[in-house]
Design a protein around this ligand. Structure first.
Ligand SMILES: [Zn+2]
Length: 346
């Protein structure tokens, strides 16, 4: 899909003057891998220029703990990730800041700094010990998914993006308790990576809006990582938001020439079902993460539909070119996620 210059200009203006949010990047994990290999200043070296070009306002970084360190090393690994993220943010403090409160979120935006908010992608590292949730909260964690694609003591994952077999089994009692605890602290609950049974239970149990930070529409591309139409409707009825995933295997885009088109189709499908208030960006760009650790238990090399964050503008331009109204696009590039996070932070 060829995007015309006039739409790129329009998109660039939108990104300059409105909140821009990426609701999912495995940043903390990548920083730890690179620090372990002796690197420093990861945000400044690999991300900052692209973030600035995209006009990024807020990034939600996951703390994702890989199979290789579970179970015993899980908590240690999560703490290490949080600690190096602090250090890396401090090394780029003119441009980025950690956001834990509403005041900090707004301060960052007013002062042209990129806010970084932390959340747990899977709670494997606490086992069933929910008393650790307040500790994670103190460290800045403001949301969590119960599990990644695997099964743990809280919930069952949806299988990995390249697999095609659903894993049965929903949330455990402790998993349901974790949802209540997270909601009690006004932390968001993320359903990306949860299996279908778990989604249903969670949607029923949740009393607050919940998110799918990085998932697409299953009727556009059939993957268990993506949401069915009834799931999309149920998430939106509760006031949640779906972050469009820019991973080629989850978007269902085999060819580079189709990347933008496929991402647009996922956005358009969800907008058609629910309107524009429930869609955002959650790109999950993991090529750089993958390059930081070739021995990860999944291989994601060169699977990004967008080369880097500066290409967010290309997707925004593509949506405008395909006829989505500017006010809808403004909500999608970050307005929706920004208002949501602004509401839940204390
Ligand atoms: Zn993920």
């Amino acid at each position: 899909m060829k995007v015309k210059e006039k739409f790129i200009k329009q998109a660039t203006e939108l990104h300059r003057h409105n909140p821009v949010v990426d609701a999912h990047l495995d940043l903390a994990g990548e920083i730890l891998l690179r620090y372990q290999a002796g690197e420093k200043e990861v945000i400044r070296t690999y991300y900052l220029d692209h973030f600035k070009k995209a006009g990024l306002t807020l990034l939600i970084s996951s703390v994702y703990v890989d199979d290789s360190v579970l179970p015993e090393g899980g908590l240690r690994n999560a703490l290490d990730q949080i600690s190096v993220l602090y250090e890396d943010i401090a090394a780029a403090s003119d441009d980025v800041m950690l956001v834990k409160t509403r005041r900090e979120l707004r301060y960052a935006r007013q002062h042209g700094k990129i806010g970084i908010l932390l959340y747990m992608e899977g709670l494997d590292c606490i086992g069933t010990d929910l008393r650790l949730l307040p500790v994670l909260y103190e460290l800045g964690i403001r949301g969590a998914s119960l599990t990644w694609s695997r099964r743990n003591q809280l919930a069952t994952g949806c299988c990995r993006s390249n697999e095609k077999k659903p894993i049965p089994g929903g949330l455990s009692d402790v998993g349901l308790q974790a949802v209540r605890e997270l909601e009690h602290r006004s932390c968001f609950v993320d359903v990306s990576h949860l299996n279908d049974d778990g989604f249903e239970q969670l949607a029923e149990a949740a009393v607050r809006p919940f998110l799918a930070t990085h998932s697409n529409a299953r009727s556009v591309y059939d993957s268990y990582r993506n949401l069915t139409d009834p799931q999309i409707l149920s998430l939106c009825k509760k006031g949640g938001i779906i972050g469009i995933n820019g991973h080629a295997r989850i978007a269902g885009s085999a060819e580079k020439s189709n990347h933008l088109e496929m991402l647009c189709r996922h956005v358009e499908h969800i907008v058609k079902l629910t309107g524009s208030r429930h869609v955002g960006y959650g790109f999950d760009l993991c090529d750089s993460y993958s390059r930081a650790e070739p021995r990860l238990s999944f291989n994601v090399e060169n699977n990004n539909c967008l080369e880097n964050h500066s290409e967010m503008i290309l997707l925004t331009a593509a949506l405008l070119q395909r006829g989505l109204p500017e006010k809808d696009v403004t909500a999608i590039i970050g307005g929706n996620f920004y208002s949501f996070i602004d509401r839940i932070l204390k």
